[in-house]
Design a protein around this ligand. Structure first.
Ligand SMILES: [Zn+2]
Ligand SMILES: [Zn+2]
Length: 584
């Protein structure tokens, strides 16, 4: 079928009357996107018209309530094309058609759009839905550009999509919500017994061990009342997390210990509690899910109590090696065990949780959080790990990343693109996606950068080096001899795109990882302080709009800390506290 030839479109883009020119209509949004991109391909003046059931040739777009929110179909019939879908799916369907026509949406600022005088398509009969119902990542481009998040088919909290884009699945309370649900200042003087017992006394919010005492009967009423209030104030948010503070110490009072022992894990005590909250609030909030974290002391699954149908669990893959796939790593020295030669501790948790929870989400990690720019050679585990999650029937994935709002180095753009493709379909042809991205985004530098990335991955595989998300020791693949090799590769990569300003800038941005390793370990930690090298590094970070070198603070604080002989600026702030200045 010819869609356009010599600037003549095959027909209009038809939308139902109630979507026509409506700001919040997803159908109208994708119709305008198709008009824009089809014109970019062909320069043909496509028009959007109301569908009056005349059966004319054209591109028909329609919301279909019988589809899942993220599901879509594209069908050709006669001389027309039909896109149908749920509130987000109908938009994905439009972008899918454009991708089938050769468009690629690599980053918010890098799109590959073919130009043709004759645009043709063959017969299309496809219907798609995602493997994971919840797909979230906090890479800067996803946070900042919700249209791009929609192109990447992210639908979680960080995509921040407005109604026009079908909205996101948002948390009314995200994680570590005990302090919001039982305000410490309100009860600390009158009811110290509401808070966890540890080291011989009830804990206060200033203690590192502070949690709630979930077996205290009053706590249930307080949490129900506050959860109700929060859900009423946030009618658009459909998940509320009831999860412990970010420390590994559960309540050690007699009742809690008895419950933990009975359940085989403190997770069971938490599930029993959250099940009650979910049961009480279900009649008022039938479409809300209540979430718990399987993290630190709640990571091992309950052996007894199952989660209710409106309770979901987020299992955190912390303390897991990311150099090797979940089910292949043999590290015995860290948190990852290999007890039977076949499975890691995380796989055991995954299996155990899938037995007691119908709706299991996983909180996965893709970066080194104290050293954001450090090369993190996890490229070859991305697909196997997401395939593993799908195999164990996981329903949602959050891929926690370098969450600096302005993005980061270490190929964050490629990571965003590939991880999004894998969250939609873990069985996708990831090699094709990777090659397409590299060849277009880095141009003639691509083969050199591929060589660099392969060297990193080959090293961790060959040497069986394990990779964790909080390591600050210098990895052997970043010793001086390796840095020298990488620098030679980057010299070639820069030379290959010397006449291509945009791609040269991208290569130089990727090179900041190598420069970071050199400045951090050879200058700052070694006490050398080559002023020219350090200043040039920070000048270039600012030029590339890089705002953070770690999870917790901005580059100016890092600079200050380095000058003061410290490893990072986070030492200036209390742990787990964020201040406005650091949220750049
Ligand atoms: Zn207790
Ligand atoms: Zn490993």
């Amino acid at each position: 079928m010819i869609l356009a030839e010599n600037r003549v479109p095959f027909g209009p883009i038809f939308v139902p009357e109630n979507d026509f020119d409506k700001y919040n209509s997803q159908v109208w949004f994708i119709a305008t996107q198709l008009r824009y991109y089809l014109a970019r391909i062909t320069t043909a003046p496509f028009q959007i018209k109301v569908d009056t059931n005349q059966g004319e040739n054209g591109l028909y777009i329609e919301l279909d309530k019988s589809y899942l929110d993220d599901e879509f179909s594209i069908n050709t019939m006669g001389n027309s094309v039909y896109i149908r879908g749920g509130k987000r799916g109908v938009i994905y369907g439009g972008y899918e058609l454009l991708e089938m026509l050769g468009c690629r949406f690599f980053t918010p600022h890098c799109e590959k759009i073919p130009t043709l005088t004759k645009l043709e398509i063959g017969d299309i009969q496809k219907r798609e839905k995602p493997v994971f119902e919840f797909r979230d990542t906090d890479y800067g481009d996803i946070q900042k550009y919700s249209k791009f998040a929609s192109m990447c088919r992210n639908n979680g909290r960080w995509s921040g999509m407005p109604e026009m884009l079908g909205g996101s699945i948002r948390y009314a309370l995200g994680a570590h919500s005990f302090a919001r649900l039982v305000p410490h200042e309100q009860y600390r003087d009158t009811h110290p017994e509401y808070f966890s017992f540890y080291n011989g006394r009830r804990q206060s919010i200033k203690d590192d061990h502070w949690q709630l005492c979930l077996t205290n009967p009053d706590i249930l009423d307080i949490v129900v009342d506050n959860a109700r209030k929060i859900l009423k104030e946030n009618p658009d948010k459909k998940i509320l997390s009831i999860s412990q503070n970010d420390n590994p110490y559960s309540c050690q009072c007699e009742n809690c210990l008895k419950s933990d022992a009975d359940e085989g894990s403190p997770a069971g005590t938490l599930i029993k509690f959250v099940n009650r909250v979910a049961e009480i609030l279900e009649p008022e909030f039938p479409d809300v899910m209540f979430d718990i974290l399987a993290y630190h002391y709640t990571r091992p699954a309950s052996r007894k109590t199952q989660t209710r149908h409106n309770v979901c669990v987020r299992l955190c893959a912390s303390s897991t090696c990311f150099a090797h796939p979940y089910d292949k790593c043999d590290d015995r020295t860290r948190a990852v065990k290999h007890p039977n030669g076949k499975t890691s501790l995380f796989i055991e948790d995954l299996i155990d949780w899938s037995k007691v929870c119908e709706r299991l989400y996983v909180w996965d990690y893709t970066s080194n959080f104290p050293l954001y720019p450090m090369p993190f050679p996890n490229w070859r585990v991305l697909q196997p790990n997401l395939k593993t999650l799908a195999k164990y029937n996981v329903k949602g994935v959050f891929e926690e990343a370098n969450c600096a709002r302005n993005g980061g180095v270490d190929f964050n753009e490629l990571r965003t693109y590939l991880i999004s493709k894998l969250m939609w379909n873990p069985d996708c042809d990831i090699e094709r996606h990777r090659k397409e991205f590299m060849q277009y985004y880095y141009g003639d530098a691509a083969p050199h950068l591929e060589e660099y990335l392969n060297m990193l991955c080959d090293f961790v595989e060959r040497e069986n080096y394990h990779l964790y998300i909080q390591d600050t020791k210098r990895p052997p693949y970043l010793d001086d001899a390796h840095l020298e090799q990488y620098n030679r590769i980057f010299d070639k990569a820069e030379a290959a795109v010397a006449g291509d300003g945009v791609r040269l800038m991208r290569v130089q941005k990727a090179r900041l990882s190598i420069r970071f390793a050199d400045v951090f370990w050879n200058e700052v930690l070694a006490g050398n302080y080559n002023a020219e090298k350090i200043n040039q590094f920070f000048t270039d970070l600012r030029a590339h709009n890089i705002s953070r070198l770690d999870e917790w603070t901005n580059i100016e604080r890092t600079y200050r800390a380095w000058m003061d002989g410290m490893e990072r600026g986070v030492l200036y702030t209390a742990p787990f506290r964020y201040d406005a200045e650091s949220l750049l």
